[in-house]
Design a protein around this ligand. Sequence first.
Ligand SMILES: [Cu+2]
Length: 205
Amino acid sequence: MRLLTSLIIALIFSTPAFAGDLTVQVRDGSGQPVRDAVITVHPNSGVPAGPIRFPWPLRISQEDLQFNPYVLIVPVGGTVSFPNLDRVRHHVYSFSRGNRFEIELYGRDQTRSHVFTAPGVAALGCNIHDQMLAYVKVVDTPWAARTGPTGDVVVTGIPAGGATLRVWHPRLTNRGNEIATVFTMAAGPSRQFITGDFSGRASVR
Ligand SMILES: [Cu+2]
């Protein structure tokens, strides 16, 4: 009997956890889709050890006096490049706690990089052009994604079971610009609908 019990326990723990895809739909108070919202999922069972890799480039260019993209998800410890594609010089900085840095004036077709070591948000500005604004969201989970123009995004391969879902957006009026909710991830497709007040002011502070 003891042998059987150990066998069953061994089986349970050696079987890969069931996983599923989660569709998150983000809408504002009028039901309009919200783009550039960052979704992160932390399963109660934890996140895998080791470096996190995402399929998108860790890059924010400066082009036409704007940062592109406006919101970039970066794994903790990730190196982001900041190529300047403009004819003018830019001076990139962040005053955000844990992710303060400054890249002094650099010109056309030059690039610089920075390593983001603290999970959280780095709001980016340019010392020369006040209207330039972008956000680096540094995350400590591989289950992260950004909403597109439809306000929807799919986060794939989340282990089944309890988890915390967070939605961050620079204009969310909640504390920390973030909504957190706990939910149970099914072994299959799931859906979460998030609605909030996105009328806040995006700023470099
Ligand atoms: Cu600039």
